[in-house]
Design a protein around this ligand. Structure first.
Ligand code: ASN
Ligand code: ZN
Ligand code: CA
Length: 321
């Protein structure tokens, strides 16, 4: 059966129009983007998938989304259009900057399921694919509307195939931090006119301006829903949330902010990617991350470089030394 790559248009969560790649087959336009040398980006509807836990592996991905024409402007398509478009940006970011071919670097297809759960203001990587809630319209809009969130979730996949940072304690907080950092770097690359150090600002509390889920620049900020420590002396010892992975990520996040602010997003991406793929392992802690990033900076820019010193100063500042 013939399948043809076609361009369609869609409307995203924020009402913005964008071009998307679709697969035309037998009178239907499927949300399959087969424009990246064999890596298919596929977007599914998880409306009928039971919300069992954060995994739901037996039931996901749900049903592949399609339309009868190439204009995807109805309400149900909004979160799908952004999941589809932004998954492409994230693929392109990793490919163009690091030569990485998809989440596993072996060309795996990229699967996203939208409309998961009931008014769920959350998103996740379930070990195989991305899963996105619609939000309740008050706490958040559908989560795919934020490129930094899509980048965050896909980066969990990259991390799983690379360093493998165990989702517990300091390695778990690093896992979270790398997701926030690359989510932000991807935002700088594809939305430079509105890029910032906030996470999830585009969808978080649609009725409140200027706030967000987290803030890399000032992790304890009033703007951030999740108040996080910025310094090692404020590290939170807890058994909640796998040892506070979404709290203590504030400390390496603050360090990453300082690095980006000093040498820019491009060089920061090179250093962080090399650390994630070459030096960090499943049990790495914050101090190991300092060493891994310093070694990466040295490998790429040299030991007496300003890039090396930027990493050193950043980790000194937050007390990881
Ligand atoms: N949104 C969360 C995250 O990606 C979901 C989770 O706790 N894994 O970190
Ligand atoms: Zn995460
Ligand atoms: Ca942001």
């Amino acid at each position: 059966l013939a399948t043809v790559l076609v361009k369609g248009v869609g409307k995203g969560v924020l009402g913005d129009e964008k071009e998307i790649n679709l697969d035309y087959r037998n009178g239907k336009y499927y949300m399959i983007d087969d424009s990246r040398n064999g890596v298919k980006i596929k977007t599914y509807d998880a409306s009928d998938v039971p919300e069992i836990d954060f995994i739901s592996k037996y039931f996901l991905p749900g049903d592949i989304m399609y339309d009868k024409d190439d204009v995807l402007d109805e309400e149900i398509y909004k979160s799908a259009v952004d999941a589809h478009k932004y998954a492409g940006y994230v693929y392109d970011y990793y490919k163009n900057n690091f030569g990485r071919n998809s989440i596993d670097d072996k060309g795996m297809d990229i699967i996203s399921s939208v409309h998961y759960g009931n008014n769920l203001s959350n998103a996740f990587w379930n070990g195989e694919q991305m899963v996105y809630g619609d939000g309740d319209g008050k706490t958040s809009a559908p989560l795919t509307g934020a490129l930094d969130i899509v980048g965050h979730e896909m980066t969990h996949g990259v991390t799983a195939y690379e360093a493998g940072l165990e989702y517990q304690g300091q390695s778990g907080a690093l896992n979270e931090s790398f997701s926030d950092v690359f989510g932000t770097l991807i935002e700088f690359e594809y939305q430079p006119e509105k890029a910032d150090y906030l996470c999830g600002e585009d969808v978080w509390t649609p009725n409140i301006k200027g706030d967000a889920l987290r803030d890399l620049q000032d992790p304890g900020s009033d703007k951030a829903y999740s108040k996080q420590p910025s310094y090692m002396k404020d590290y939170v010892n807890t058994t909640d949330d796998h040892g506070g992975v979404h709290i203590n990520s504030g400390i390496p996040n603050k360090a990453a902010y300082l690095v980006i602010n000093s040498i820019g997003p491009k060089k920061t991406g090179q250093i962080y990617y090399r650390a994630l793929t070459t030096y960090l392992t499943n049990k790495s802690n914050f101090y190991d991350a300092r060493l891994a990033l310093l070694q990466s900076a040295e490998d790429i820019y040299g030991k007496d470089s300003k890039e090396y010193r930027a990493v050193e100063n950043a980790f000194d500042s937050v007390g990881i030394k």
